[in-house]
Design a protein around this ligand. Structure first.
Ligand code: ZN
Length: 190
């Protein structure tokens, strides 16, 4: 299983390189890697397993973070629409459908970034079209998909996609973005 020690951190050159296209049909090694990446993200969200193995909670992971410079990433999270976003993606492309900027209130986080960045925000497109091949580990098939994503869900995919381009969110952090809107309002408990 993948552990925190398998994840390379800010400053490692692989994190700043554009990752390579993955050849299809998908090799058994690449299938295995994608399944292990999914397992890691799920484990990181399981409080018992995360505590036992000292995993930081994550909604996604990209292959370059494992020092494997291939264009693959995995996300697993429940969106604001209450549906599960579980995607094991190969060779994604991303285009903005709405160039207005949004940001994650409070700032983003990353398994590859250990320093505190709270309060610094990163501009993202409000809406994107993501095209990719999707590996379905349950049916063991690879199918082309297109996803129209916006808001928080779109931010997660843009963060992971940036890893394939060799970009960390720490390279585009701002204390203020006057022309961007928060992806959602933070609810207070008052
Ligand atoms: Zn990241």
């Amino acid at each position: 299983m993948i552990l925190m020690d398998d994840i390379i951190r800010e400053g490692h050159p692989t994190l700043n390189k554009r990752a390579q296209e993955v050849s299809l049909p998908l090799s058994n090694n690449d299938k295995k890697l994608l399944k292990e990446m999914l397992e890691f993200v799920k484990n990181s969200q399981d409080s018992e397993i995360a505590e036992q193995y000292d995993l930081r909670p994550a909604v996604g992971i990209a292959a370059p973070q494992l020092n494997i410079p291939k264009r693959m990433f995995v996300v697993h999270f429940v969106g604001f629409d209450n549906t599960l976003y579980e995607y094991l993606l190969i060779n994604p492309t991303l285009e903005p459908l709405d160039s207005n900027n949004i940001y994650l209130p409070g700032g983003e986080g990353c398994l590859s970034v250990d320093r505190p960045t709270e309060g610094l925000i990163t501009p993202r497109y409000n809406q994107i079209l993501l095209k990719a091949h999707r590996y379905d580990p349950y049916a063991n098939i690879v199918v082309p998909i297109e996803l129209d994503l916006s808001g928080y869900e779109g931010i997660v995919f843009q963060h992971e996609y940036d890893h394939l381009e060799g970009i960390l969110f720490t390279e585009k952090m701002f204390s203020d973005l006057p022309n961007a809107k928060p992806a959602f309002e933070i609810k207070s408990n008052d």
